[in-house]
Each structure stands twice: as C-alpha cells, then as structure tokens.
Design a protein around this ligand. Sequence first.
Ligand code: FES
Length: 336
Amino acid sequence: MAATNIEVWQLATVVEVRSVATGIQRVVLEPSLPRQAEPGSHVDVMVGINGQKDKRSYSIVESSEDGTRLAISVLKAPLSRGGSLFIHTLQRGDQLEITQPLQNFPLRVGAERYIMLAGGIGITAIMNMARVLKSLGSDYTFVYVGRTRTAMAYLEELRDLHGANLVVHVDDEGTSLDVEALVAGVTENTELYMCGPIRLMDAVRRTWTEHGLSYPNLRYETFGNSGWYDPEVFIVKVPKLGLQVPVGPGRSMLEALEDAGADMMYDCRKGECGLCEVRILQLEGAIDHRDVFYSARQKSATEKMACCVSRAVTSKTGLATEASATGPAIVTIEVS
Ligand code: FES
C-alpha cells in the first residue's frame, strides 16, 4: 500500500550506516510495519535530544519495493536543534521509532517535461523522484547544485544512473547555477520540483513569478530549518504573559515559548501552515523569515512571523528595521 498522511508509529532497526559525503550519513532502516514508500515521501523519526524525545522529518532517499528497507540521509548540522546529531550517533542494530512513510511532496506522473532541482542536502527529497522518472522514461533534467563535490551526496551513483540527464553545478568550481537561465528555459508544460537552501528556492520562486509561469507547476519541499543567516541567540518577550525568554541557536522560538509555559498553536512546525503565527509588537534587530507561508511583502512588513522556524537576528545582517541592537536581538510579540 502507498504512503498516506496518517501517522502510524513503529519500531525500525538500523541495518546499515555509512557516510555518503562530508557530514552526511546514510542510515538504512528495516521497519517492523513495512509500507511502500512513494517518491517524495518522508518518515518522521523520534530523536533523543538532551534526554527528551522530539520528532524530525527525513526524506526517504531509497526504498525497497515492498518497503521492508528504506534509507534516509542526514547532514550533521552543528547549529541544528540536535536531531541530526542524534542520527549521526546511530549504529547498526540500534532501534528507533519512526512513522510509516508520509507524503506531502507527491510527484505528479504524466507531465510533458520535468526539471528536478536539488541543492545540497535537498538531494534527499529529489533523488527518489528522479529515479522514478528515469524508470518511467520521462523527459527530465536533473539539476544538482552544491558548494563542493565532496559535500554532494550520491554524486557518482546519480551520474551512473542519470547520465546526460544529470547537470551538476559546483560553486567552488565556478559553475554555480544561473537561476535566470534555468527558469528562462522552462516551457509552459514543464513541472519543476525543488528542494534546497532557502536562498536557492527563493531565487527560483521569484524568477518563476517574473517569467509569469504557472505556479502549480512549481513544487517544492522545505526542511523548515534553513535560513538566510546563521542562527544566533535572541530574546523573545511576551508582555501579556509576563515572559522574557532567551532562544538559543539550537532551539526554535516555538520550542522556547512552550518550554516557558506558553500555550502555543502549531501544526506543521516547518514554516508551511502559518498556524504558529505571532504578531510582532517591537523589534530590536531583524527577522530571518524562514517560512514559505508569508509573501515577500508580508515578510518585509515585519508585522508577524512563523515562530516555529523564523528567528530574530542582530542588525549586523543589514536588515535592521528598528533600533539597532548592541546585544542579542530582541523581539516583542503577542501570541494568538
Ligand atoms: S506550525 Fe506551521 S508554520 Fe509554524
């Protein structure tokens, strides 16, 4: 049976662990309740962080047909909230709790032409889809963008499988992707699927709109944790609740407020649904909007933010909207 969005938790056993690029670990799992994984699907994994359990989503990069084996690949991000560090401690024989495959990035089979665009660790969300397009004999170009070759997972395997369909851009080799040229080559019935850093996805979205292309033909997956700037400590104040809470680089504002006892609304925790919206009353510093929910105009207005992913940063970014901060950025908010 195919993936659904009903969370069914199960135990899974780690059967293989290996490095597939600098800082990227491939982990193969054998689920106890196997279920077929569609291209674009992911699993939620219960990770242990400082003695507490938390949930993280990881794309399925490969799966056996019957779903008895599936692989994820995770970049160890020192500035992350701890999920990736947990995955990098896993060893063969370990058991962990995962969901059956979940789907929120489906591949629409039957388009005239496809462009599959992966940036960095975003390859994990794209490679299974591209494999299916190859097996279906679809017309596709697979564009893989990275900073250095050593940081690009599965590069050789992808070259072997996709041959001339794979186009590689490597920043430190001077072959960075020209987003304008890529989008200019998109025909009316082309679908573009992408996953990667927010700068890349934002540039593609903006150029796509400038070219007047059909928005439903642009599909993307977010990780909900890549921003314009490195995360830094900031202070969130909620006057109505009498709260003043520091938010460390490894925590989200939502988590920090929950820990402080605030009753918060949320759903996706990935910057997609807008349910965690908070109103910004005052700001010392700037907001690093990391969501895909608000429009560019809403983001520049700095009136509200998705607190599950977006953060405050100091004025060193040049984005200060109010009094520049000498210490950490401070955002004063009102929760719904
Ligand atoms: S919970 Fe969905 S955008 Fe924050």
